[in-house]
Design a protein around this ligand. Sequence first.
Ligand code: ACO
Length: 451
Amino acid sequence: PLNVGIHGAEIYIPKKFVNQTELEQFDGASAGKYTIGLGQLNMSVCDDREDINSICLTAVSSLLEKYEIDPASVGFLEVGTETIIDKSKSVKSVLMQLFVESGNHNIEGIDCKNACYGGTNALFGAINWLESGYVEEGKEWAIVVAADIAVYKSGSARPTGGAGAIAILLGRQAPIVFDRGVRSTFMDHVWDFYKPDLHSEYPEVDGPLSNTCYIKAIDKCYEGYLDRLEKYQGIVTPTLKIGDYYLFHCPYSKLVQKSFGRLAFNDYLRNKDAIPVPDAIKEHPNLTREKTYADKNVEKIFMDIVKADQKARVDPGLIASRNCGNMYCGSLYSGLCSLLSETPAESLAGKRIVLFSYGSGLSSSMFSASVQQDGASIAALKRISQNIRLADRLAARTKIEPKVYDEIMALRQATHNVKSYTPVSSVKDVFPGTWYLVEIDGMFRRKYARA
Ligand code: ACO
């Protein structure tokens, strides 16, 4: 077997963040709304020195350096993002400047777009390429970039913003191998979140509808995933215990907790003997998927049932999301970085990681990967953890006041899509190795430099 999968990962986190408790106070929201109600601690902030190109440049150059990848050995590079600053020129083409010196211009892949799902489409593209007959000797690496700057107009959605970029190194004979045959996808036409106004960075969003769509996508993808486990892997009556770790697209961590409870609800509907439930569930008159999207009672009961499992199987993947916020396309893969960075290699070896990707509009998939347990794979896992060092990097950030965050948002709004512009934010307080925007010339061409 080709054992296609993950060899490495790198995450770029902006240095600036705003604290959600302080934001609650500043916004006049009730205490605990963002921290307990949404489950968020901090939110990453990008000023006018950063755009989608700069954060992707940082993630990819850092990945190449940390894993000592010869740029000439990369045969596939694809980007998933919904942070659109150009309707034609791709982020991928901008990233090609990292390959000029090596003389490598023969790299397949381009940008993928649909809300928070583009990174997953890029990942599937990389897996498909690695399994295909188009991989050439000496050019066997694939890189996937999943990144966004998530910003909302002021109001209830604003605390669910965030930013970040993840670059994933993929290849054959990997320490983390994608499970074949069990991918499950659900797509539909809905107006829950979209960005029709290209003059603005902000989406049009129907928050409650987007939450319902997300839960519906969980139901559909999980059902398809379990069906395929039965069909192709011969697993009898699988339940959520099949996944040792779960990574979810995370707009805010409370939604992930609800979603994990929803898996248990699905387990129960699939097999009434799967888990013990209270009488309130047994006697519930409307216990169907469709009639329970907004049922707080059912939601709470199943969240309680999975509490211990959530701590063990879900929380290790939420560190970056809770501290950086929604990275849209990057969100799910920031979960991967959280898990691989902060979980000991020995605890990961031999385990199955289940991933759920959701992009409004809507597109969603559930799939999984199995961590190998040979010595070389454990060594590779240790190296990944040392390279990411998520906790250290979060601790090295700079907290800004909500008032400053507000000013930055106003600046981004005023300078969105302008030409002949030199950014005004300082480049002093950024992490070493960060790419930043130097200027936008009179023909909208953007120039970048590296700190
Ligand atoms: N202490 C504790 N909890 C509180 C408090 C408080 N003081 N105040 C409110 N809460 C709880 C609420 O009960 C609610 O929890 P529940 O849903 O579990 O009952 C939660 O905090 C949020 O409060 P709401 O009043 O529902 O929040 P609001 O309507 O203002 O906004 C929303 C929430 C819809 C998520 C909004 O932030 C939004 O639109 N975000 C963007 C869309 C989004 O992220 N969708 C998710 C999927 S699509 C995607 O990824 C973009």
